[in-house]
Design a protein around this ligand. Sequence first.
Ligand SMILES: Nc1ncnc2c1ncn2[C@@H]1O[C@H](COP(=O)(O)OP(=O)(O)OP(=O)(O)O)[C@@H](O)[C@H]1O
Ligand SMILES: [Mg+2]
Length: 327
Amino acid sequence: MSTADGHVVVDHLSKRFGAVQAVDDLSFEVHPGRVTGFLGPNGAGKTTTLRMLLGLVRPTSGTATVAGRRYTDIPHPARVVGAALEAASFHPGRSARDHLRVLAPQVGVPDSRCDEVLGIVGLSDVADRRAGGFSLGMRQRLGLATTLLGDPHVLVLDEPANGLDPEGIAWLRAFLRHLAGEGRTVLVSSHVLSEVQQTVDDVVIIARGRLVHASPLAELARLARRTVRVASPDTAGLARLAAVLGGAPTPADPRVALLDDVDTATVGAAAHAAGLELHELASRDVGLEDLFLQLTSDGAGPGAPGGAPPGSGAGPTSPTSTEGGAA
Ligand SMILES: Nc1ncnc2c1ncn2[C@@H]1O[C@H](COP(=O)(O)OP(=O)(O)OP(=O)(O)O)[C@@H](O)[C@H]1O
Ligand SMILES: [Mg+2]
């Protein structure tokens, strides 16, 4: 077990509040040097999971560890894990700097660190202003400054983009990328995929407390695109074309085929080469946000992500080059 690394491991974690199974046998890993989006709709169990990771809620079963240790077993946890859960509430009469100064001894860092972190999050100019007068965006930044006090290897941020304007979101994105670039582990929750889609390397998606998808974002993006609907009156010819491209006509209508992991140009070229008359040739990309909704909607059971989104499962790989189609 390495003590310096920032691997986060959630292992068969469950939490029940009375009748509510908030987190249900959840397992996933978060890796250093990457920004991981922890995604799910409202009530999916994101905050509860993060609270268990931070030792604030006791799991019903399972474990959540950082570098192999439970948060409560880490000697100086704030030096290892920096956390901001929900839009933090600050003492309204206290300045940003004083807010951090109160925390510095608990974290075990000198006063000078307060000005450092205020600089890092771009709050130096307002360090002496009362936090009570801060905008939501400024409060989010102050929350981030708080998490950075102990120069932690792991950052856990619950919905840090909430309430930020586009400029604030762009700043946050660059900031999180920078932190991951330094080799830190960045775990950031959101209920909107599009909000973090340009920020994250990996996604962990949960719904109703259960894991529905975990992968690099690029893999999820692959699932969301490259489905082509093609129709021809020549059903035998269409079946041959579909077979070449690793698919088959739909059971409902032999004049229609839905082909995964391929683009319209490839299908068009193959049809042309085969002399096949086409009546329809259309891209049916579901898009990342739609796929996210599909994965997390009620119909989607865990283990059967999204009721088979396009391209999921053991789909055939495209026989053609992905040039132009996959970028
Ligand atoms: N302390 C608690 N007592 C009882 N039920 C709770 C408690 N905390 C959370 N829950 C319930 O657990 C479920 C998961 O809540 P949680 O806050 O973890 O979801 P979330 O994914 O963070 O949602 P959101 O996107 O709205 O922040 C919800 O049904 C919630 O009502
Ligand atoms: Mg939450």
